[in-house]
Design a protein around this ligand. Sequence first.
Ligand SMILES: [Zn+2]
Ligand SMILES: [Zn+2]
Length: 188
Amino acid sequence: MATDPADLLRRHGIQVTAQRLAVLRAVAAQPHATADVLAEAVRAGIGAISLQSVYDALAVLSAEGLIRRIQPAGSPARFEDRVGDNHHHLMCRVCGRMVDVACAVGAAPCLAVADDKGYEIDEAEVVYWGRCPDCRPRAGASPRPAPAVPKRRDRPKAMRTRAPAIPPTRPGKKLPDRRPGRPSRQER
Ligand SMILES: [Zn+2]
Ligand SMILES: [Zn+2]
């Protein structure tokens, strides 16, 4: 049974405001969204709200543990309301889509550290980077076979290197037609 967001705020000692409620709802509706995206959603729901107010609400909610803030390297922070577990994330390098993935092994920190250096470890924050199904090359479509370009044996090597590069997709049929018996044109 879903908890009433207002109750949730009260139980954490957070003053209930329309803005905080709207931000909490937006985070629940769009897991892993950035503050910009959440601000759009909040504006659609309750009207004008400054980006700073959204940031403030996100800061209060994350500080109280109602939402989790994820900070992928080189990317704006994301927010989600799935808290209290040690799940990890898959991140697409191309489109930036982020999705949940369960703990690598069991409960937090779920990844044994080679040497804890005396630290008491309670969490392993893992982001797996790669390409999502929409951004990775289609199965069976790669690698594209190289088009057959006839070797131009008639040209001396020095000329070949100076010749304009022929794009690999261009068919070799545009080459000068050499009929049998006709001497091939020699370039100086
Ligand atoms: Zn992608
Ligand atoms: Zn997540």
